[in-house]
Design a protein around this ligand. Structure first.
Ligand code: COA
Length: 187
């Protein structure tokens, strides 16, 4: 499959994927968090910050509690979702990151990745809810999560990667298997 072929393939991450994920993660933060995180962070340490995080998460082997699903178009990584199982006794699995490359947005890839994550959580932890944090100012992502059947259950200040405290929403899926499903669209 070449990058010009529109076919999108989803697969679980492997240790060798850490650099490609870090690169997409940093570029997505630069595009989506401009005006939310400081310009200094976004134009400076963001690449090194994400490189360190993904090397630590994946390079030495992927632990059992970590689920990372990738979307590829040919040799281009165009999206990923990362979930930590058993993250919180009350709120369950944490969707720590969900990103789709700017050029590939609004093609249903975010929905597909979130639905995969939800089905995985439901399969391996049948009674676990699933949650995530999103910057309150990230209106596009909030609209997306509303559409995916998530419920905003908490609004609080949290430490952001640029060192400031920023308002965030906690979104919850009590039934992760339904995240992103058509049934949620009717809500
Ligand atoms: C949020 C994000 C993951 C959504 O992924 P996506 O692949 O573009 O979303 P999808 O195409 O699956 O969207 C499914 C539905 O969600 C809703 N939606 C998605 N993006 C939306 C937006 N910007 N505004 C309003 N609704 C939106 C729509 O109803 C859409 O269906 P439609 O295109 O048929 O109208 C993606 O925009 C992204 O990576 N953003 C930057 C990074 C980010 O903010 N991540 C979240 C961090 S918490």
């Amino acid at each position: 499959v070449t990058p010009t072929d529109g076919t999108v393939i989803l697969r679980r991450a492997e240790p060798g994927d850490h650099a490609a994920i870090a690169d997409l993660h940093a570029r997505s933060w630069q595009a989506a968090y401009r005006g939310i995180l400081t310009e200094e962070f976004l134009s400076g340490e963001v690449h090194e910050d994400r490189r360190r995080v993904w090397e630590r998460r994946l390079a030495a082997g992927i632990p059992d509690h970590l689920y990372v699903q990738l979307a590829w178009q040919g040799s281009l990584l165009i999206g990923f979702v990362c979930v930590f199982l058993d993250f919180d006794p009350e709120w369950g699995a944490l969707v720590d990151n969900l990103h789709v490359a700017a050029e590939s947005k609004r093609r249903g890839i975010g929905r597909e990745l979130l639905a995969h994550a939800g089905r995985y959580v439901a399969a391996v932890r049948p009674n676990s809810p699933m949650h995530l944090w999103v910057f309150a100012e990230n209106l596009n992502a909030c609209r997306f999560y509303n559409r995916m059947g998530g419920t905003p259950v908490e609004h609080t200040l949290r430490a952001a990667p640029d060192g400031r405290m920023l308002p965030e929403f906690r979104y919850l899926w009590r039934n992760p298997a339904q995240a992103g499903s058509q049934a949620c669209d009717a809500l």
